[in-house]
Write a protein that binds this ligand. Structure first.
Ligand code: AMP
Length: 219
């Protein structure tokens, strides 16, 4: 049975960090739509250049574009054993499109990472990523540094600046939070406490995924 997983949660909840680790430990690809857009910008493609302006304002790239990107990505052979999506779906229209894409495949496991707003603002203000390769580094209060993977310079994401963070949280509440209601009634929905240390969140995520899988095999 394929491990098809999506992660819900506000910006700063730890989706990227947890998805990265879960993907590595389970041998499935992590599909981060934010990373795909940032990579497209670094590569200078028209999509990347167009998306960059939208991302810098904290707004959402259009559903059609995002659905197209994810459909093409999930269709690749490396997703046969499963995948973990980080940052998609972000709207009910994207979730409905994903359901259509998933028809005939193993059910989605949906994990919502719950973190209160004050903690999110604090985390986003201290988050750093690599300007060259996009690695998501833990901020730990540092304002600069060097990437462990490629030696590039660590920087704050443009969209992690204070004004943009507030807009992203607003967009989250308006467009993405309704997904919790969209998925909540499914037997494959779980929520986990994202305020714990990262290792504990990872353990909670693994336990949530196991409980969904066990319930599937018991049915
Ligand atoms: P993230 O790295 O997931 O925080 O995404 C950064 C930015 O990329 C978001 O604020 C959006 O502008 C854009 N983005 C990423 N994923 C999506 C999506 N599924 N739908 C629309 N916009 C997205």
């Amino acid at each position: 049975m394929a491990l098809n997983l999506i992660m819900l949660g506000p910006p700063g909840a730890g989706k990227g960090t947890q998805a990265e680790r879960f993907a590595r430990e389970n041998g499935i690809p992590k599909i981060s739509t934010g990373d795909i857009l940032r990579e497209a910008f670094r590569a200078g493609t028209p999509l990347g250049l167009q998306a960059k302006a939208i991302m810098d304002r904290g707004e959402l790239v259009s559903d059609d574009v995002m659905i197209g990107i994810v459909r093409e990505r999930i269709d690749r052979a490396d997703c046969i054993p499963g995948f973990i999506l980080d940052g998609f779906p972000r709207t009910v229209a994207q979730a409905a499109a994903l359901d259509a894409i998933m028809s005939g495949r193993d059910a989605l496991t949906v994990v919502d990472i719950v973190v209160p707003e004050v903690e999110l603002v604090r985390r986003l203000a201290s988050r750093l990523i690599c300007g060259s390769c996009g690695l998501n580094a833990e901020g730990n209060g540092a304002v600069s540094g060097t990437c462990q993977r490629c030696g590039g310079e660590l920087k704050q994401r443009v969209d992690d600046s204070e004004g943009v963070v507030l807009e992203r949280l607003k967009v989250y509440h308006r467009n993405t939070e309704p997904l919790i209601e969209y998925y909540r009634a499914r037997p494959t929905f779980r929520s986990i406490d994202g305020t714990q240390p990262p290792d504990r969140v990872a353990a909670a995520l693994a336990a949530a995924v196991r409980s969904v899988a066990n319930q599937g095999s018991a049915a």
